[in-house]
Ligand binder design. Structure first.
Ligand code: HEM
Length: 284
């Protein structure tokens, strides 16, 4: 049909968002196509898109912290937390699939597993949980290896946070990778003490306090995702081994205590209304 736009049709919603490409990205493996496999793929792809957005915000927050722009970093982290709230709930959509429906196409997924989610590992690394052992799992994937190596050598949210506290007069050292166990322990205790200082003097250090609260929430909701994922996995496949080859829920339970900012949690243990006065074991 003739129009007034010549060879350049106006921008449309579908064109801008590449909806045609997007809705063609769900390739089912089951034949005949199993009704629930589309849900399984859609949920995972939606996670990966949100992971991309979380990484975008994480990189911004890291940059802001390096520039000592604490309120801007706090805002970016709060956005991450809102996304994570959605991601915790999103896991339950999969529970509308019956376990027997899932088994109908589960075997075809072997040996693929969420364990290999590159972006999930990137979020862990850049938040503060770097694990060299994970890199080996990606050795046959050049694209993922490159990205993970870059994150492994880049700054983390945790490092940048403690650098902010250092610039603001607190002793919050980052132990070097070559430091021995005693040095690591000492640095950890000093960082915990710095966190305690922020918690105690939250009015005087309101910017730092808001930042620590946002970081805690990021840690908390990431961990809540882990708990909800395990419960969903157990409900779906019981104690079966994972498609990625792990023990399944046995392995997943070992990840529950992982923390990006353990010092922030630990500081709560020592919090005391007498902090700073004699009698408090953590007093300066
Ligand atoms: C029916 C649905 C699901 C089942 C049965 C399931 C099962 C499992 C199992 C058994 C593992 C352990 C590794 C293995 O041996 O495979 C695992 C790991 C993992 N899954 Fe899922 N999963 C499901 C859905 C999801 C979804 C929707 C995501 C979202 C991205 C996801 C992300 C992950 C991640 C990131 C890990 C690695 C966790 C870690 O190592 O800390 N999974 N999953």
């Amino acid at each position: 049909m003739a129009n007034n736009y010549g060879d350049n049709p106006p921008l449309s919603y579908n064109k801008y968002l590449r909806v045609q490409d997007l809705i063609n990205l769900q390739d089912l493996l089951s034949t005949p196509a199993h009704h629930d496999e589309l849900l399984f793929i859609t949920v995972h792809q939606a996670y990966e898109l949100w992971f991309k957005q979380i990484l975008h915000e994480l990189d911004a927050a890291i940059q802001f912290l390096e520039e000592d722009r604490v309120p801007a970093a706090t805002r970016a982290i709060k956005r991450i937390v809102e996304i994570e709230k959605l991601l915790v709930n999103q896991i339950h959509i999969l529970e509308t699939m019956t376990p027997i429906s899932f088994l109908a196409f589960r075997d075809q997924l072997n040996p693929a597993s969420g364990f290999q989610s590159m972006q999930f590992r990137e979020i862990e690394f850049s938040s503060g949980l770097k694990d060299k052992g994970i890199l080996g799992e990606f050795s046959s994937d050049e694209f993922a290896s490159g990205r993970l190596q870059a994150r492994m050598s880049g700054p983390t949210l945790a490092d940048c946070f403690y650098r902010v506290l250092q610039r603001r007069g607190l002793t919050a050292p980052l132990a070097s990778v070559d430091a021995d166990t005693a040095q690591q322990k000492k640095a950890y205790e000093e960082r915990t003490r710095a966190a305690l200082e922020v918690l105690t003097h939250f009015e005087e250090r309101y910017e730092e306090f808001q930042l620590t609260e946002a970081l805690m929430e990021h840690d908390e909701y990431f961990s809540l995702w882990r708990s909800h994922h395990i419960k969903m996995v157990e409900r779906m496949v019981g104690a079966k081994r994972g498609t990625g080859g792990s023990e399944g829920i046995g392995y997943l339970k070992t990840t529950l205590d992982k923390k990006f900012f353990p010092e922030l949690w630990e500081a709560r243990t020592y919090l005391d209304i007498n902090h700073g006065k004699s009698g408090c074991p953590f007093a300066h």
